[in-house]
Design a protein around this ligand. Structure first.
Ligand code: N01
Length: 546
């Protein structure tokens, strides 16, 4: 593995992170003839898929869509094995991409960027790392991911625990053997819901500590038949175009009907068909008003509740597993393989933390107000400081040495989710205020990277050195993002979309909810109008350029 050794070079671009976003940014920007270096905290590429190695980890967007579209050769040569790729396969794919496009020579692994400060005199970013790097770059691309800042709850006594504990988002590379172990898992989001059935099959006993019951849909994962895959590959361009034109950048037809327009028997038939097909999109695109109208949403929510009741044998357990406090899909819905069925196993116990909250961790297990659960291992599937966390954990300072942490103290402020006023030449991939987590992330990443690459070409062609969002454009964008979110049911849930999972985090709906096509055409129009809403300047220190 080649690693750049010069730790104090002057660069055109620093990219932070070598996941899907950072790798494509490196490929595109290097292709423009720019000098680029990527810093990556992990020892390998992959981002999310490098860190989240927990049992059962797999994608919830279908493999043939959750992949890069920028290279037809890559599309054709890579074969996926399952409808939803498991984590090791996605990591193999990303490794393949890194090799195929010769990306590793410009990536410095095992290096965490700790600070980035804009030097107004030089018109350049000074980027420093935990390995002693101190480099200067004209542009910074933050490819830090939306769900990369793992959060472990601050429960008293954790350090006293005599067994092993893990976070799903920072899973040991060598894997964990739970055979014969008494395991406790805290959290029932996507990570918990994927790992619980797998851990239950291995452990002697599994105790699930649930604070909020969650909606989960069957994945119906299956092997991908070679002829079906070949058929998709024969018309891959059409599939990608359909995805680009779809609300979530996933190729599905937009629903046209309202849930309550349809009679109850027909509605149920459609929900049954969606349940049988499996997948996130089947259910969420059954009717067009599910996320807009509570009464419509109730029909889908009630259908899923009835399924939980059918699947789970013990009515008391089914009741505790049944979500009632938030509308369906206002928290990210989960996809599972045998999740609710797992609670019919003799070795699985469900603890309702709303009835008996955790009070402390003791050397032998977890104490709730109901008593101590004796455990050998604890798994925290407790999620992430989403979208803003990965950025704010870095000391980013813009004009006037102003920390981004201060600027965003009441919530993130961006223009298009890609830039923030006062921080010239800093680009955020899939940042707050962009469709990001509400869309197929790979497609959202490609759209952002292509936009940034076009922008840097434009600056070069026009003899410009700096681009910076204006405060007016940013204010208008933040208002627009909030207005769109306010017209949906999303703000009714205590979700990570709202920042509600992190104590003290401002409650602001983070992603852009207007849909991928509308967002993309806005970005394209901004560029076509000479980067409307941005200030473009020749920097004072043009002579400093490498
Ligand atoms: O995290 P989460 P995640 N005491 O925040 C609970 C993506 N993803 O890692 O709901 C007790 O969703 C918390 O309870 P509550 C996907 O976008 C994708 O599971 O806050 N419990 C919740 O149950 C997903 O949405 C894939 O009351 C505590 C859980 O921990 C996102 O990542 C797979 C607690 C956290 O759920 C995050 O998913 C995995 C405490 N102190 C992840 N603190 C796929 O592609 C938190 N909880 C399939």
């Amino acid at each position: 593995m080649s690693t750049p050794t010069d730790r104090s070079r002057s660069l055109d671009v620093v990219v932070v992170g070598a996941g899907f976003g950072g790798l494509y940014a490196l490929h595109r920007l290097r292709g423009l003839g720019l000098s680029v270096r990527v810093y990556e905290a992990g020892s390998g590429v992959g981002g999310t898929w490098y860190w989240n190695r927990y049992p059962g980890a797999r994608c919830d967007v279908e493999s043939l869509e959750y992949s890069y579209s920028f290279s037809q050769e890559l599309e054709q040569e890579w074969d996926w094995s399952e409808r939803y790729a498991p984590q090791p396969e996605i990591l193999r794919y990303i490794d393949h991409v890194a090799d195929r496009f010769d990306l590793r020579r410009d990536i410095q692994f095992d290096t965490r960027v700790t600070a980035a400060a804009f030097d107004e005199t030089l018109g350049r970013w000074r980027v420093t790392t935990d390995q002693g790097d101190d480099v200067s770059a004209r542009f910074c691309v933050m490819a830090t991911g939306c769900l990369s800042a793992a959060t472990t709850p601050d429960i008293p006594g954790l350090q006293s625990f005599q067994g092993d504990w893990f976070h799903t988002g920072q899973w040991p590379h060598e894997g964990v053997d739970f055979s014969g172990k008494r395991v406790g898992i805290v959290g029932t989001g996507s990570s918990g819901i994927q790992s619980i059935p797998v851990i239950a099959r291995q452990a002697s006993n599994l105790v699930v500590f649930q604070r909020t019951p969650n909606f989960s849909l069957p994945a119906r994962n299956e092997p991908l038949a070679p002829d079906a895959q070949a058929q998709v590959k024969a018309g891959y361009g059409a599939l990608r175009d359909a995805a680009r034109g779809s609300f979530s950048a996933i190729a599905v037809s937009a629903p046209t009907e309202l849930a309550l327009e349809v009679d109850p028997a027909e509605r149920r038939r459609r929900y049954e068909a969606a349940w049988a097909r499996g997948g996130l999109m089947s259910m969420t695109t059954t009717f067009r008003d599910l996320i807009l109208d509570k009464a419509a949403n109730d029909t889908a929510a009630e259908f899923i509740r009835s399924k939980i009741c059918e699947i789970v044998d013990d009515p008391d357990v089914a009741r505790v597993l049944t979500p009632t406090d938030h509308p369906f899909a206002t928290k990210r819905p989960c996809l599972d393989t045998g999740y609710f069925e797992t609670f019919n196993r003799d070795n699985v116990t469900l603890v309702d933390l709303r009835q008996t909250p955790i009070t402390e961790i003791v050397p032998t297990g977890i104490r709730t107000t109901g008593g101590v659960h004796e455990l050998d291992c604890i798994v925290f599937a407790t999620g992430f400081d989403a979208m803003t966390g990965p950025l704010l954990r870095i000391d980013i300072r813009g004009r006037g040495d102003r920390p981004l942490r201060d600027k965003w103290s009441a919530g993130p402020r961006t223009y298009l989710g890609i830039a923030t006023a006062g921080f010239p030449n800093l680009f955020i991939l899939t940042g707050p205020g962009s469709p990001s987590v509400l869309s197929n992330m790979v497609m959202a990443i490609e759209q952002h990277v292509d936009w940034i690459a076009d922008c840097l070409s434009y600056l070069g062609a026009h003899g410009l050195d700096a681009i910076e969002a204006t405060v007016d454009a940013e204010d208008a964008w933040v208002d627009h993002v909030n207005q769109l979110a306010g017209a949906t049911l999303f703000p009714r849930a205590n979700s990570w979309y709202m920042g509600a999972n992190v104590p003290g985090k401002p409650r602001v709906f983070l992603p852009y909810v207007g849909g991928f096509p509308q967002y993309r055409s806005t970005c394209d129009a901004v560029a076509a109008e000479g980067y409307r809403g941005f200030g473009l300047t020749a920097a004072a220190a043009a002579a400093e350029r490498p």
